[in-house]
Design a protein around this ligand. Structure first.
Ligand SMILES: N=c1c2ncn([C@@H]3O[C@H](COP(=O)(O)OP(=O)(O)OP(=O)(O)O)[C@@H](O)[C@H]3O)c2ncn1[C@@H]1O[C@H](COP(=O)(O)O)[C@@H](O)[C@H]1O
Length: 134
């Protein structure tokens, strides 16, 4: 799926400077981020409605529209697909670690900044004094 999204993202970038009269993507860029956000929200609602109605074929169609509008908003925001894949991988690895940690009420810290991403989460270890950070 990421290949399809990456190809779509490149097509969206290529269409950005086309004639808005003939290119929906160019028209969305001409109208700006708020219009892109409105269209993305509309598509998300359409996916929700079709899913609640049990119309899986419509969910498929609207999901493709949703992903298209998402790649347009990414392009407008300067976000690349690989930026999102990197964050998903980070979470997968973090949750993988979390699965091995003892069950504790302490929530794993959300990464506040890329600098934080390189630091190991501070967790309380059962049966051993937690090492204090200095
Ligand atoms: N993948 C898509 C794509 N998916 C959905 N859409 C458009 O997004 C609309 C979403 O459906 P809606 O019902 O919400 O929109 P609508 O009701 O038809 O019209 P509006 O309400 O938005 O005015 C669809 O009608 C499609 O026209 C897309 N438009 C373009 N692409 C791709 O984007 C690239 C650039 O294409 P152009 O924008 O045509 O240059 C190409 O690779 C295209 O294949």
């Amino acid at each position: 799926m990421s290949d399809s999204l990456e190809r779509l993202y490149l097509a969206v970038l290529a269409a950005r400077d086309l004639d808005p009269a003939t290119s929906r993507t160019a028209r969305l860029f001409q109208r700006g981020p708020s219009k892109m956000a409105k269209k993305l929200a509309e598509e998300a609602i359409e996916v929700v409605i079709d899913a609640v109605n049990g119309d899986s074929e419509a969910v498929i169609r609207e999901s493709a529209d949703l992903l298209y509008n998402l790649t347009v908003l990414w392009a407008s925001a300067g976000v690349r697909p690989e930026d999102v894949w990197r964050e998903m991988t980070r979470r997968e690895e973090l949750l993988g670690i979390a699965e091995k940690l003892p069950k504790s009420p302490m929530k794993l810290p959300k990464v506040a900044s890329p600098r934080m991403a390189s630091r190991r989460p501070i967790v309380a270890l059962e049966g051993r004094a937690a090492r204090k950070r200095h």
